[in-house]
Design a protein around this ligand. Structure first.
Ligand code: GLU
Length: 607
């Protein structure tokens, strides 16, 4: 009810993307916000959004559009997503009123051990860049299997037809933008070590200029081969064989551009690992928040439990009627507490009963009672015992994961189905190795495992193991009211994904912001560290109020996340929102344009 009332307030100019996935070099128009009906697509990229919208216009459903858009992101956002990586797909089936998920997370190979990231020569963990740019970091990719499973189970089009527009974009090319160029520049040293990567992304030895056309004929051919012959060409066939060769014998250039300070180590992934890979279909996590029901991703992602636990902690206070600084204080404290518990308990294979405990109101109560309105907790805070009912005290934290990569998309169709999908190759640029002749980058997802135990004498749930999937922070989330979706959202950003999704929920549900405002607002991330990671806008606004409570800020971070979201208003109205600025801005589009709801005043009106 509250949600609907707020939805009715939204209003700004109606800007709708109507571009088709037309001639390659003309990027479709890009707008961060769209209002309307009949379906919507939001991604970080205008070409991918246009491809998804075209699928919806031709009668495809949300799953069809999501897969086609994701395949296109594999071309236009190759440093964040692609068939060399993995992800988590959340689907609301409107006819059956059910929420399903696909765990397409990369898996460790059979040869993986607890010591895979420990240097046998020194007994010390590898430096992160050394682990990343190696064969050791490559998990069995789950993205292609995710697309195939989603299309088969819930789609209305064969995978082959959903790969076709993306193959066309790869073949004809697209215009390089400033974000793309910068991502290459940031990775130039690593990319320069591998001929296949440098030929594709360092033409003439330097990052491509903004506005030049980027083509990837090898990836077009790979997509077409998969379309013709099926996913087995990847999971055990010739594409897989090339992938395995790349992992086992990293194709280090004899004539590299620049120097790389670390040895480039081979990995142990085998063709049998690819042949044995299966997506999983875990039940979503579910938690209640002030009458809303929040569905998220279960393990191996920690997104569902961490977002849900933090919301449960926040639910114990009336945020809307607290002074704004107190609301921010509670947001930061709830997030730190949820991270302590996530680090202690959540990993691949965490028992479902543990997840339920983490999402229970009783557990949240015990955590919430630690929050002092006048004093920030000393970080790191200790995890709570699963039996928590009082106000314990303690110690350890976890490794600070601070990824920048990954991409997210949100799709809704005219039938009311919704897809929230986060996919990644881990770091921007993955492990920097393009599989020669196949046109896609490999992931370094296995570096999401803890390299060595982080939990003191307690067991660490996120140590590497054979076939095990590394813990993720990806948080594709769908919120329901009275059994109907009201909001779907997700973001990249490594461990800050959790706080970005949480913060946008708090902004939207509690702080009086419209969805576009909630997305655009400056962000902060408190992941149980002594200092808060924040964008300059957040620090400038809130440090004066938060510092006296004991909150310390680290150096400003340029940006946190690149969120996409759709809000479902009354009478089928859709508000589709992407970032206006972060990552160069995203692209939102609706099938049937409409006007924005009138009378929108936004966050400023509340304070
Ligand atoms: N690998 C990260 C995770 O699964 C995501 C990487 C990123 O967003 O930078 O949580």
């Amino acid at each position: 009810m509250r949600f609907r009332a707020l939805a009715a307030l939204a209003a700004t100019a109606t800007l709708v993307l109507t571009g088709q996935p037309g001639p390659a070099h003309a990027a479709p128009p890009k707008q961060p916000t769209a209002y309307g009906y009949g379906g919507a697509v939001v991604t970080v990229d205008p070409t991918a959004t246009a491809v998804g919208l075209d699928v919806l216009r031709r009668g495809g459903n949300a799953v069809d559009a999501a897969v086609a858009a994701a395949a296109t992101l594999g071309v236009t956002e190759p440093f964040s997503a692609g068939i060399g990586g993995g992800g988590f797909f959340v689907y609301y089936d409107a006819r059956r009123h059910t929420v399903h998920t696909i765990d397409g997370r990369e898996a460790g190979p059979a040869t993986m051990t607890e010591n895979t990231f420990v240097d046998p020569a020194t007994g010390l963990p590898y430096a992160f860049p050394e682990a990343r740019v190696s064969g050791l970091s490559v998990g069995v990719p789950g993205t292609l299997a995710t697309w195939a499973a989603a299309a088969r189970r819930w789609g209305t089009r064969p995978l082959s037809s959903l790969l076709r527009p993306a193959a066309r974009v790869a073949e004809q090319g697209f215009a390089v933008d400033a974000t793309f160029r910068q991502q290459v520049a940031d990775n130039a040293a690593a990319f320069g070590q591998f001929d296949a990567t440098r030929e594709l992304y360092l033409p003439g030895g330097a990052p491509p200029a903004v506005g030049t056309v980027q083509r990837n004929p090898d990836l077009a051919a790979t997509y077409r081969l998969i379309a013709r012959e099926g996913t087995d060409v990847f999971y055990g066939g010739p594409v897989g064989a090339d992938l395995v060769r790349t992992v086992q014998q990293p194709p280090v250039s004899e004539d590299p551009i620049g120097t790389w300070a670390f040895p480039i180590r081979p990995g142990g992934l085998q063709l049998s690992d690819l042949a044995g890979y299966r997506v999983r279909y875990p039940a979503p996590t579910r938690s209640d928040y002030r009458g809303l029901t929040v569905y998220g991703m279960a393990t191996p992602s920690s997104g569902g439990t961490a977002v849900g636990e933090a919301l449960n902690i926040l639910e114990t206070a009336d945020l809307r009627h607290l002074p704004l600084i107190q609301a921010q204080h509670r947001y930061l404290e709830a997030s730190a507490l949820a991270f302590a518990d996530r680090n202690r308990y959540v990993g691949d294979g965490t028992p479902r009963t543990t997840l339920r405990t983490l999402l229970s109101d009783g557990f949240a109560q015990a955590r919430a009672c630690l929050i002092d309105p006048e004093r920030a907790l000393t970080k790191p805070v200790a995890p709570a015992p699963l039996t928590a009912s009082g106000c314990p005290a303690g110690v350890p934290g976890g490794r600070v994961e601070d990824g920048q990569s990954t991409t997210n998309l949100t799709v809704a169709d005219r039938w009311g189905n919704v897809v929230e999908y986060t996919l990644t190759i881990e770091q921007t640029g993955g492990n920097a190795m393009v599989v020669p002749g196949r046109g896609f980058l490999l992931n370094n997802e296995l570096t999401d495992f803890n390299f060595t135990p982080t939990q003191g004498t307690a067991p660490d749930p996120n140590l590497p193991g054979p076939g095990k999937r590394p813990r993720s922070s990806m948080s594709p989330t769908i919120v329901f009211e009275y059994g109907r979706p009201v909001l779907a959202l997700g973001s990249p950003g490594g461990a800050s994904i959790i706080t970005t999704v949480l913060q946008v929920l708090v902004n939207r549900l509690e702080l009086g912001m419209s969805l576009p405002e909630a997305v655009a607002a400056p962000r902060a991330s408190q992941r149980n560290s002594p200092t808060i990671q924040a964008e300059v806008g957040y620090r400038t606004q809130f440090q004066p109020g938060l510092a006296p409570l004991g909150h310390a800020f680290g150096p400003d971070t340029p940006e946190l996340g690149a969120l996409t979201a759709i809000e479902f208003g009354p009478h089928g109205q859709l508000i589709a929102a992407a970032e206006p600025v972060r990552r160069g801005g995203g692209a939102a589009a609706v099938v049937v344009p409409g006007s924005a709801p009138a009378g929108h005043s936004g966050a400023a009106a509340r304070r």
